[in-house]
Design a protein. Structure first.
Length: 595
């Protein structure tokens, strides 16, 4: 045993020694093969964009294949025998075209009632309708339990609740799976291999560019990241039957993040790798919790409470950086609490508005949203305030469907913005260069003009990792990260990155058609809207189409809390995806837990 331990110790010491000598070995190899290095860089400049496009296509095709699992939890049957399927756990009923069950009769209110299925039990709630709701001839006041075979009257429009497919509604039986494949079956393992090849080639090319300045942390971090990707993929494929392409897209984005950090801020590389690990852990835990809908609703209170505490702490002890008071320094770690508040914000919106479609619940969410946005204005973090407000509008509209209410709220927000600019002149001064940064090329427009020059110089294929000029500009790895991608890795890869961010939103909208609960639909669209708004502000802000607001590009910009929060938001989208592997059929217990 002692000999074994001694041999193990010698192996470990030798391994560490080899890692320590790796930069010198690589540098010596580079110096002997300068011509080969130039050829390799040229080849990778052409090969990496092609790989990126192939990876993107291979990931989105399995996700956009429409797989209607035909979930029907019950039916409402009218007197003429028409059966209207109940495909969700919360079914809005009314005259509005946005209702799940539309009753086009003048005496039925626009939002008349909501029929809820929870843990195998149906219940009906009146939403303050004029004509009221009756169950078997008895008028209900607030909420009443209903059974299969009961007659429900909506202001005189009678319907009978029927179980799903002739069985008990609590059994949650489903029809056969309908498949409309848009492409042949794509092996996710092969897609992962292409991602690994992309990252290996990118890492080698970046090491070529760094030459004598190559830090030991670069090869070590990339090696560890490759191992983590493979291990996590294998674990998830063993314990989960769901599609994995969503995570593969994030693998690609996180790989780009490490390539950019290694080039622009190599001292932060290990920290960023640790943030990716923490984000993947947070994503896994949150996804598991979200599968239990009852537990997810209870988590709302804890997450909202933590969010409010973080906002107060940020206002009291927060540090001001780059004009915004949005950092908390604990000595051993510095983080942006607002990134974590985004996760709580989506959870609050989904858990508050998904079940009871009343003005009271919308008012509660408006109050929480107002608190967040008001705190952000006091912190002078207007970019994040725009993100929260845009997400609030999307979440509120998904459940209210009232354009007039949303228009009224938006008008109030515009008046508030005018007041902020009028009474806080320093806010207006931050945007004075917007639209004509070339006139302020050496002052307030310095960053954006350099970003546009760098992006243009990169062309379609880029100059190669580590060969860019923009990495020498402040905030290149955070606010100006789109410009770094364009310059070093080319416009084709930069566009692919943006398309991936936009695809999260498109995919979430696609998922809303089959979500068993509106909680998942709202949460997925809320999380995706944050991705989309952040991407828009980051990309367009860096090239002067929008003001430069200082927000990160999800999964790509350097920043630990941003990375963890991005993975956490992804869990909402993943939880809404109820599709399994193509060869599997879905079974359901009808309970509060997800599949």
């Amino acid at each position: 045993m002692d000999r074994f331990l001694e041999a193990l110790e010698q192996f470990w010491n030798g391994f560490l020694s080899g890692i320590a000598d790796l930069p010198a070995i690589i540098t010596g190899f580079y110096s002997q093969f300068d011509e080969g290095r130039a050829v390799f860089t040229l080849v990778t400049r052409w090969l990496l964009p092609i790989l990126a496009i192939i990876i993107f296509i291979r990931c989105i095709l399995p996700l956009i294949q429409y797989r209607d699992q035909n979930k029907t939890w019950g039916y409402l049957c009218s007197k003429d025998g028409t059966r209207m399927p109940l495909r969700h756990w919360e079914n809005s009923i009314g005259r509005s075209k946005l209702s799940d069950i539309v009753i086009n009769l003048s005496f039925v209110s626009r939002c008349h009632a909501v029929l809820t299925f929870c843990e195998g039990v149906w219940s009906i709630a009146d939403l303050g309708s004029k004509g009221g709701v009756e169950v078997n001839g008895k008028k209900i006041e607030k909420q009443e339990r209903v059974e299969a075979g009961d007659t429900i009257s909506f202001a005189g429009a009678e319907m009978k609740l029927l179980p799903a497919d002739g069985e008990t509604a609590s059994a949650g039986l489903e029809g056969p799976e309908k498949k409309m494949p848009l492409a042949p079956k794509i092996n996710s393992g092969m897609t992962l291999l292409l991602i690994l090849v992309f990252q290996i080639l990118g890492g080698i090319q970046l090491s070529f560019s760094m030459g004598d300045q190559l830090n030991r942390a670069v090869p070590v971090t990339f090696l560890l990241f490759l191992i983590v990707e493979c291990v996590y993929y294998l674990i998830m494929r063993i314990f989960s039957r769901r599609y994995f392409e969503l995570e593969l897209l994030c693998y690609f984005l996180c790989g780009m993040d490490l390539l950019i950090v290694a080039s622009a801020a190599p001292s932060s590389l290990l920290k960023q790798f640790a943030a990716i690990l923490a984000g993947m852990l947070a994503y896994t835990l949150l996804w598991i919790l979200l599968r239990d809908l009852a537990l997810a609703r209870k988590l709302k209170y804890m997450m909202v409470s933590v969010a409010l505490v973080l906002l107060v702490l940020n206002l009291v002890i927060g540090e001001t950086r780059f004009g915004a008071k949005n950092w908390i320094n604990l000595g051993f770690v510095t983080f942006q609490p607002l990134e974590f508040v985004k996760v709580a914000f989506v959870m609050a919106g989904a858990a508050t508005l998904d079940k009871l479609l009343t003005a009271r619940n919308l008012t509660a969410f408006i109050a929480f949203s107002g608190s967040c946005i008001g705190a952000l204005i006091l912190m002078r973090d207007f970019g994040t305030a725009v993100i929260f407000f845009g997400t609030f509008l999307i979440i509120a509209f998904m459940r209210s469907g009232d354009v007039r209410t949303i228009a009224f709220i938006s008008a109030g927000a515009v008046l508030g913005a005018i007041a902020v600019v009028s009474f806080m002149p320093y806010v207006a001064s931050r945007f004075e260069a917007w639209g004509h940064v070339w006139e302020y090329a050496d002052t307030s427009g310095y960053q954006q003009t350099r970003t546009m020059i760098a992006a243009a110089s990169g062309g379609l294929l880029g100059t190669g990792g580590g060969n860019g000029y923009l990495i020498n500009i402040a905030a290149a790895d955070t606010d100006l990260v789109f410009g770094v991608i364009c310059e070093e890795w080319g416009l084709l890869i930069a566009i692919t990155v943006v398309l991936i961010e936009a695809f999260f939103a498109a995919f979430s909208a696609l998922l809303t058609k089959s979500c068993r609960s509106s909680f998942y639909a709202i949460a997925a669209c809320g999380a995706a809207s944050i991705f989309l708004i952040q991407t828009t502000l980051n990309v367009f802000g860096s090239v002067d189409i929008l003001p430069l607001t200082g927000v990160t590009l999800p999964f790509v910009s350097n920043g630990g809390t941003s990375m963890v929060a991005s993975w956490g938001l992804l869990a909402f989208i993943k939880a809404a995806d109820e599709r399994l592997r193509p060869a599997k059929l879905v079974g359901s217990t009808g309970k509060g837990r997800g599949i």
